[in-house]
Structures are given as structure tokens and as C-alpha cells.
Ligand binder design. Structure first.
Ligand code: ZN
Length: 480
């Protein structure tokens, strides 16, 4: 089955065909590190991590490139840094570190690239210059460079406003966007901002200044992925103005379509209202992690389809934590059976492959993670049934299916735990010499008629699963 994804631009579920299946490229807008990341930021991180895992599974680990950026120069960073009397870059650095801790706890794979806006300032200046040269952007008397939305490129299948469903006439005439006497149209936006006292600045052909927000992502994608790549994603609040403006900039500059699939995840809500700073009802990922495990937060997010709002409540998170504990319990049970070898017939192999196929189909169906999770539950129950009946003690195929499922969903901290436990078993095997040393010590105790010491050693070994048998040829041992 082919992968289908909902393309925000066409509002349709489309079959995914990569431009180059040896180099599948996905860019996801990351955070502005001016504070701890909000729980809302966890959703795109987790959802597109699952897509990254799925693409790697489909095209091979070395054939997928995923970039998630940091907007490390921004009004919010400057404002917060001034408030705290801190250097804006030092502040950004601090919160980038905190964000990394958050996404690691959510078990997101490190992206292939984590570009920062401040690393691409020369590319930004180059793009802005091209837009000025083409007459799409204009320089104001104060040294700003603005994008003229009436000059945005038109294609057969795209006009400025199509991504977000805004009408360009309204954008041009509307006074909703900040009023600026040097703007030709109310909807024009800044590509370059002239320096203001106390702000970070770079030299440019238009004088000292700093980049606007939208052009930063256009420059980062161009630098990493060129003028045409596969997937561009982010939270649905980024559709306008951020992503609409990115299309206008990138396509104005290169002269053709630059992204094939636009994807957006829905919000997190609280009592049906969007969780967010402006609503005053948000919590940070860091705060959520003090109460719930990163895995539970991840699972809670995956229980709902990414295009639907997911409602935050303590009950929902607590239920996710319980579900995680249950999965963990199953995994530990599986581990305990790991040493027992079992012949597995072809019937079971076929069954397992069918289950895995269904699971992959769910994910390939526009990332239907909730169906995928229910298939995982079913498979765990199946394994459990056999271990309870003690008919089939180990179920190699089923186990490998479960492992693949957990890996694709990114719930594999348990696998890590599982492997660690397996290592413990290996380690125990190596403890043979220690066991033999203890038997020798017990023999000495017995020779000295020190029965208490002899029994203590025997009981201690029994506790570790080692049974001693005294025979005419001396003491032998076996595992329980
Ligand atoms: Zn962006």
C-alpha cells in the first residue's frame, strides 16, 4: 500500500510520491527558543517524528532527510532577553538545550538537520536581493525590505492565499495587519528589518538590520534541500501568515513550485478552547513531564489523529500513563520468555505478517496512529493469551512484529529496557565463575561443619535462580 497524506494546499488526501526516493526531504518548522516549549509544541515534534520513522522504514534510513529548525532570532527572543538583561543568543542557546531535553524525553529521533536562522543570514540576504531585483520586494526609506503581496507569483494551481484559504483582496485592503506608512499594501510583510537600538544586527545592502521571520525558513529549506522538496509541515497556526509567505518568497525567488506536500497538525485544546499563551491556559512540556512520563505524553498525542484537536486533561494523561504501564508489563513478560526457544510454524508467520501489514496500512493512511495503537494492543493480547495458556512460550514472529510496531510509533524506550534486561541475562551467564567460587566457599564451610554458612550460600544462590545439587561427585548447579 502506498503512503497517503493530507495536503493542506489541495485539502485532499494524496498519494505520496517522492521527488527522489533516494533522498526524501521533509522540513518541519521548529520552535522560537525564548522560553520553555509549550505542550502544543510537543505535537508536531511527535507527529512528524512518526512520519520520519515511517519514511525511513519505507525508503531506508539513509534515504530520508528531516530538518527541524530553530528560529533563533526573533522579536520574542529580543524582548525576553531585554527583559532579563541577557544576551539574545545566550538566551536562545539556553532554551534550545531545554527543548532538546523535552524532545528526547518524548523519544523523538534527532532530525538529520537542526538549522538555525542565524546560520543562514547570508543566504537570506541573497534571497531578499533576488526578490528586490525581480521587483517582488521593495526597499523602504527607513531601510526595511518588504514583500509586495500583489507581486506574489501565480501558478495554475496556486495563488497567494490558497494555502490558508485567505482572499488576497482582503489581505491587500485589510487593516488587520500592522499599519506601516511605508507599506504599499496592508498585507505586505517584512523580509528585512532595519536595525533598532539594542537589537542584534547584520550588515546588508540595505544597511544594518536583521531578517524577518518567514524568510528565515525559506533560506533554511533552500540551503538544505534546494528549490524543490517533498514535505513541509508544522502546526496549523503556521498556515498564515508564515507558510503562505514562505511560498510567496521561495517561489517568487526560484520561479516554480517548491513544496509538493504541505502538512499541518491541529491544536491541543483545554475544554474545547485552544491551548496557548494568548488564552492563558497553557503548560510547558517541562511542567507536564514533572507529572507524566515522556512516553505517556507521546502516547496521549498519538491516540488522536493529528488533524483533529486533542483535548488536554489530567485524566487523559493519567489514562495514557496507565496504558503505557500496561504495554511495559507485556514487554517485561515477553522478555521473561525470551530465553525459551519455540518452533514457529508458517501459519503463524503469515498471521504475523498480516498484522504488521495492517499496522503499516494504518500509518500509511495519513498517519492513523489511533488505529495503529489499537492493532498494537490486539497483538499484545494475542501474545499474552499464548503465554497464559502456556501453549507457546515464545512467539518469535509476534514478538518481532510488536517490536517493529513499537519502533515505528517511537514507544521503544521499553525495547531499550528490554534489551538492557537481555544484557543482564547475558551478564548472568558470565557470572558462572562467581557461582563456582561460591560453591567452593560452601564446600569449605561444609568441610568445617559450618552448616549455617553452607545453608546461607545455598539460599542466596537459590534466590538468584541457581539450584545446587550435592551428589557423589561433588556439588553441581543448574538454573531454576
Ligand atoms: Zn518556519
Amino acid at each position: 500500500m502506498k503512503l497517503t497524506l493530507t495536503n493542506t494546499l489541495t485539502r485532499k488526501k494524496e498519494e505520496f510520491t517522492p521527488i527522489d526516493d533516494k533522498n526524501v526531504r521533509m522540513y518541519v518548522c521548529g520552535v522560537t527558543p525564548y522560553n520553555y516549549a509549550q505542550l502544543g509544541n510537543a505535537r508536531p515534534a511527535v507527529i512528524f517524528d512518526v512520519l520520519f520513522r515511517l519514511l525511513r522504514h519505507m525508503y531506508g534510513e539513509n534515504h530520508v532527510s528531516y530538518a527541524r529548525n530553530f528560529t533563533d532570532i526573533d522579536d520574542k527572543i529580543i524582548a525576553r532577553a531585554n527583559e532579563l538583561g541577557e544576551d539574545p543568543q545566550a538566551l536562545a542557546e539556553r532554551y534550545i538545550k531545554a527543548y532538546h531535553e523535552d524532545v528526547e524525553a518524548l523519544n523523538c529521533l534527532p532530525p538529520s538537520h537542526e538549522p538555525r536562522a542565524t546560520e543562514v543570514v547570508s543566504e537570506i540576504i541573497g534571497m531578499v536581493q533576488t526578490l528586490v531585483d525581480k521587483g517582488i520586494a521593495y526597499v523602504t526609506p527607513t531601510g526595511d525590505v518588504n514583500y509586495d503581496v500583489t507581486k506574489a507569483p501565480k501558478r495554475n494551481d496556486y495563488t497567494y492565499g490558497d494555502l490558508s484559504g485567505k482572499k488576497i483582496d482582503e489581505l491587500i485592503a485589510g487593516a488587520r495587519v500592522d499599519v506601516d506608512e511605508h507599506k504599499k499594501n496592508a498585507g505586505d510583510f517584512a523580509l528585512w528589518k532595519a536595525v533598532k537600538p539594542g537589537e542584534p544586527k547584520w550588515e546588508s545592502p540595505w544597511g544594518q538590520g536583521r531578517p524577518g521571520w518567514h524568510i528565515e525558513c525559506s533560506a533554511m529549506t533552500k540551503k538544505l534541500f534546494g528549490d524543490h522538496f517533498d514535505i513541509h509541515a508544522g502546526g496549523e497556526d503556521l498556515q498564515f501568515p508564515h507558510h503562505e509567505n514562505e511560498i510567496a518568497q521561495s517561489e517568487g525567488e526560484c520561479g516554480h513550485k517548491h513544496v509538493n506536500y504541505w502538512m499541518h497538525n491541529a491544536f491541543i485544546t483545554v475544554d474545547g478552547r485552544r491551548m496557548g499563551k494568548s488564552m492563558g491556559n497553557f503548560i510547558t512540556i517541562k511542567e507536564a513531564r514533572t507529572k507524566y512520563s515522556g512516553e505517556a505524553i507521546r502516547l496521549w498525542l498519538l491516540q488522536t489523529h493529528y488533524r483533529k484537536p486533542v483535548d488536554f486533561s489530567e485524566d487523559a494523561l493519567a489514562a495514557a500513563e496507565n496504558r503505557i504501564k500496561k504495554i511495559n508489563k507485556h514487554m517485561m513478560k515477553m522478555f521473561k520468555q525470551s530465553e525459551i526457544r519455540q518452533e514457529v510454524g508458517t501459519d503463524n508467520f503469515t498471521r504475523s505478517q498480516e498484522v504488521l501489514e495492517k499496522f503499516e496500512q494504518a500509518l500509511k493512511n495519513d498517519l492513523n496512529t489511533s488505529v495503529a495503537l489499537s492493532l498494537l494492543d490486539q497483538e499484545l493480547k494475542y501474545l499474552d493469551k499464548y503465554s497464559n495458556e502456556n501453549k507457546i512460550k515464545a512467539h518469535a514472529e509476534s514478538k518481532s512484529v510488536v517490536q517493529t510496531m513499537l519502533h515505528l510509533l517511537g514507544l521503544n524506550p521499553f525495547l531499550r529496557g528490554y534489551e538492557e534486561k537481555s544484557e543482564t541475562i547475558e551478564h548472568n551467564k558470565l557470572k558462572q565463575t562467581i557461582i563456582e567460587t561460591q560453591i567452593a566457599a560452601r564446600n569449605t564451610a561444609r568441610a568445617n561443619k559450618d552448616w549455617a554458612e553452607s545453608d546461607r550460600i545455598r539460599d542466596e544462590l537459590a534466590e538468584q535462580g541457581i539450584l545446587l545439587e550435592d551428589g557423589p561427585k561433588g556439588t553441581t548447579w543448574r538454573r531454576k
